[in-house]
Design a protein around this ligand. Structure first.
Ligand code: IPM
Ligand code: MG
Length: 361
């Protein structure tokens, strides 16, 4: 099969981790007789430096013309002082909105080989952590009107939070469909004791639930959810929530797995062209030092094969190779615990080991 992939290496460790993921994709081509071609896209700090814009229209067009987009990470302290609309993060938000990828899926799962790395008590980890946060990605407070005004002699900042029924319904459907393919449990997270948008959210979820009688719906307030994620994470299967709550809860969920460097994500909209990225940031402090963990990006590439290209066998091949390398005891610095006798490797060596373990299933 022929596929064309837009590649955003980005800033910090982005170029290193994406480099390893592309080698893995090339190996898939060789093993399964596919042809992947790549177009580099400038986004984030590097685009600000080169074009004076975190995502020029021509770069966005390359993404829209592709079969899917693979992204490393963007941003860094170098661009901390640039004004809001020009920040590297703005490029990412424009990309998400431009691609229409309203559904962001972030798995929180403990790898058995890394169970000791979770900061939670072993008795909690032993009950199992395997859930997925389905986050609405192109609405809510991120995309409402933003304004800073002068009023009665002081500065006032306003960020508008709005959701339409249709925006809630389409992400709700993704949540229910996802739950249907997993443990058949969905927890809708909102702040309906305070916010109108959350009351609408809750009522749409309950209306949808009638169409999914095989899926069990529960409601949870976001502050309680933040607590439950550390107290009893095994209760969750699918969590569906709005943009900003999902941003915060997905960082918390990644932390309890003990290995944020391992977690991939997918963002999808109405068609199969998706955006795939690890959930960690650009880690500028270790950029260019061959220390980064490429696994989050490599697993994101696997998700691209599975969800956008319908290549489940090829995705399994990558995921099995990652698991095999962990079984063999190889660890990048972020997932190395001192007491286990594991072998520390750098970014490139981790990529090489994964490729060496990839076998045609
Ligand atoms: C994320 C990030 C982004 C977000 C930032 C970089 C704009 O935190 O992907 O979770 O808030 O969505
Ligand atoms: Mg975030």
């Amino acid at each position: 099969m022929k596929k064309h992939i837009a590649v955003i290496r980005g800033d910090g460790i982005g170029p290193e981790i994406v480099g390893e993921a592309l080698k893995v994709l090339d190996r898939i081509c060789a093993l399964y007789d596919h042809e992947f071609t790549y177009t580099d896209v400038d986004m984030g700090g590097c685009a600000i430096d080169k074009w004076g814009d975190p995502l020029p229209q021509a770069e966005l067009s390359k993404c829209l013309d592709s079969d899917s987009v693979l992204l490393g990470a963007v941003g860094g302290p170098k661009w901390n002082d640039v004004p809001g609309p020009m920040r590297p993060e703005k490029g990412l938000l424009r990309l998400r909105a431009g691609m229409g990828v309203y559904s962001n899926n972030r798995p929180a799962k403990i790898w058995p080989q890394l169970a000791g790395a979770s900061p939670l008590k072993q008795s909690i980890v032993d009950k199992g952590i395997d859930f997925i946060i389905v986050r609405e990605l192109i609405g809510g407070i991120y995309f409402g009107a933003h304004n800073t005004i002068e009023e009665d002699g002081e500065t006032v900042a306003i960020d508008e939070l709005r959701y339409s029924e249709q925006e809630i319904e389409r992400i709700g459907r993704i949540g229910f469909e996802t739950a249907r393919k997993r443990g058949k449990k969905i927890c809708s997270v909102e702040k309906s004791n305070v916010l109108d948008s959350s009351r609408l959210w809750k009522s749409v979820m309950h209306r949808l639930a009638e169409e999914y009688p095989d899926v069990e719906l529960s409601d949870m307030l976001v502050d309680n959810c933040a607590m439950q994620i550390v107290k009893n994470p095994s209760q969750f299967d699918v969590v569906v929530t709005e943009n900003m709550f999902g941003d915060i809860l997905s960082d918390e969920a990644s932390m309890i797995t003990g290995s944020i460097g391992m977690i991939p994500s997918s963002s999808l909209g109405a068609d199969s062209c998706g955006l795939y990225e690890p959930i960690h940031g650009s880690a500028p402090d270790i950029a260019g030092m061959d220390l980064a963990n490429p696994i989050g990006t490599i697993l994101s590439a696997a998700m691209m094969l599975r969800y956008s290209f319908d290549m489940a066998v090829e995705a399994d091949c990558i995921e099995n190779a990652v698991s095999a390398v962990l079984d063999q005891g190889y660890r990048t610095a972020d997932i190395l615990s001192s007491d286990t006798g594991c072998i520390k490797v750098g970014c490139r060596e981790m990529g090489r080991l994964i490729i060496e373990n990839m076998k045609r299933e």
